[in-house]
Write a new protein. Structure first.
Length: 363
C-alpha cells in the first residue's frame, strides 16, 4: 500500500481504509496543464488528482484546498465548487459521491477536514453545516468513528477536534459523557507502559494500550490545541518524557506525545517507520513534523524529518503512473508552511504547482 493511503489501524481488527494524511499567486501556476473532463465525467470537474476518488476524493480535495490557502495561492473556484457538490443535505460528507444517486454514507475524517477547508476558503455556511453534523456523531466515550460501527479512534477524533478549533468552538465544551480531548488522553500510554512507548497514543481503546505511530502522529496536533494549517512557531530542541513514578511536574499530553514521536524519528533515521513492511511511512512522517511544531518541541527531529521528506519528495507525490498525488503534495506544502519553508519548493517538487496541475478541467 502506498504511504499516502489513510489507514485505519486497530489492534482488534484488520481494517484498512484508503486515504492520505497534511496555484501559486503567479499566473504561471494558473495555466499549468490539467487533464480535461469528458462529457462522461463532468462530476470530476475541479477535482484534484486523476486517481479514482472513491475512497479519498473529499479528503484529498480538502487537504489540497487547505494547503493552497496556507501558501497564499489562488484557490480555483471550480475546485471549491467540487467540494461543495459533495456535501449532503444534512451537512455530512461522504468519502466521495459521483452525484448520480443518493448522497453517500457520512464519513468522519472527510467531514472534519472538509469543515476546515470550507472555513479557510470562506464557505462558512457550508462549514457550519458540516460541523453541525459532525458534532452529532460524537460517541459516549467522547470520541468519533470513521464510519458508524467502526468504533471511536484517535485519528478521526483528532480531526474532529481540529474542525472545532477551526470553527472557534472550544473542544472541551463539546461532550457526551466525555469530550474529544478527554478521549484522546484516555488513549495515551503512561507509566504502566514500557518506557519506550510512554507518551504515544493507541488507535483505539484496548487493554493494554499499544503505541500506534500513525495515530500519535496525527492526533498530537489536536492534543496541542491546533488546527490545520499548523502555523510556524518557536520549537525547542528537547524531547519531553514522562517521569515514572510520578515526581513533580509532568509534560503536557501533547508534549509527551511529541517527545515519543521525536524519539521515534531519532531512532529511525529521520522518519516514522511503515506499519506495512520495511521503509518509511512518509505520510506519518509529515504529520509528525506538524505535531512537533504544534507542540513546540523536538526541533532537531522536525528538521531531520523534513530532510527525509525533501529527499523523497518525488516518490512521495507521484503514483505508479507518475501522476501527482495531491494529498501528498498538500502534506509537503503544509509541512513547509509550518517550518517557515517554501511550499513551492520541497526537494525536487513544487507542491503548490503540482496540486494545481492535477485538477480536472472542463473539456
Amino acid at each position: 500500500m502506498h504511504t499516502t493511503a489513510r489507514r485505519l489501524l486497530s489492534a482488534t481488527t484488520a481494517a484498512a481504509v484508503a486515504t492520505a494524511l497534511l496555484l501559486t499567486a503567479h499566473s504561471a501556476d494558473a495555466s499549468s496543464a490539467a487533464k480535461a473532463a469528458t462529457s462522461t465525467d463532468q462530476a470530476l470537474i475541479g477535482l484534484f488528482g486523476e486517481q479514482d476518488p472513491t475512497y479519498d476524493g473529499v479528503y484529498r480535495q480538502s487537504l489540497s484546498l487547505i494547503a493552497l490557502d496556507a501558501a497564499g495561492a489562488r484557490v480555483p473556484k471550480a475546485s471549491v465548487k467540487w467540494l461543495l457538490r459533495q456535501q449532503c443535505a444534512n451537512g455530512r460528507f461522504p468519502s466521495y459521491s459521483d452525484l448520480a444517486g443518493k448522497c453517500g454514507v457520512g464519513e468522519g475524517d472527510s467531514t472534519a477536514v472538509a469543515t476546515i477547508a470550507l472555513k479557510r476558503v470562506g464557505e462558512r455556511s457550508a462549514a457550519r453545516a458540516a460541523l453541525g453534523w459532525l458534532l452529532k456523531q460524537q460517541t459516549p466515550s467522547g470520541g468519533w468513528e470513521f464510519n458508524t460501527g467502526f468504533g471511536p479512534n484517535a485519528n478521526t477524533t483528532g480531526l474532529a477536534v481540529q474542525a472545532m478549533i477551526a470553527m472557534n468552538v472550544k473542544p472541551s465544551t463539546v461532550k457526551t459523557d466525555h469530550s474529544g480531548p478527554q478521549f484522546l488522553r484516555s488513549l495515551q500510554l503512561r507509566c504502566s507502559a514500557p518506557v519506550a512507548s510512554r507518551g504515544a497514543l493507541d488507535y483505539q481503546a484496548q487493554d493494554p494500550l499499544a503505541a500506534n505511530d500513525y495515530a500519535t502522529a496525527q492526533a498530537t496536533q489536536a492534543l496541542a490545541g491546533t488546527s490545520l494549517p499548523v502555523e510556524p512557531s518557536a520549537v525547542r530542541k528537547g524531547l519531553p518524557s514522562l517521569t515514572c513514578p510520578r515526581d513533580g511536574a509532568q509534560p503536557s499530553p501533547s508534549a509527551a506525545a511529541a517527545g515519543y514521536l521525536g524519539r521515534t524519528i531519532k531512532l529511525n533515521d529521520g522518519s516514522i517507520p511503515s506499519s506495512f513492511g520495511p521503509g518509511a511511512d512518509l505520510g506519518s512522517t509529515a504529520n509528525t513534523v506538524l505535531s512537533l511544531v504544534a507542540s513546540g518541541v523536538g526541533g532537531n527531529q522536525a528538521n531531520a524529518a523534513m530532510l527525509t521528506l525533501e529527499s523523497n519528495a518525488t516518490t512521495f507525490t507521484r503514483d505508479g503512473s507518475d501522476a501527482v498525488l495531491p494529498a501528498s503534495s498538500a502534506a509537503l506544502a503544509l509541512t513547509a508552511h509550518a517550518t517557515s519553508g517554501d511550499p513551492r519548493s520541497v526537494g525536487a517538487t513544487n507542491p503548490v504547482r503540482d496540486i494545481l496541475s492535477s485538477r480536472t478541467l472542463a473539456g
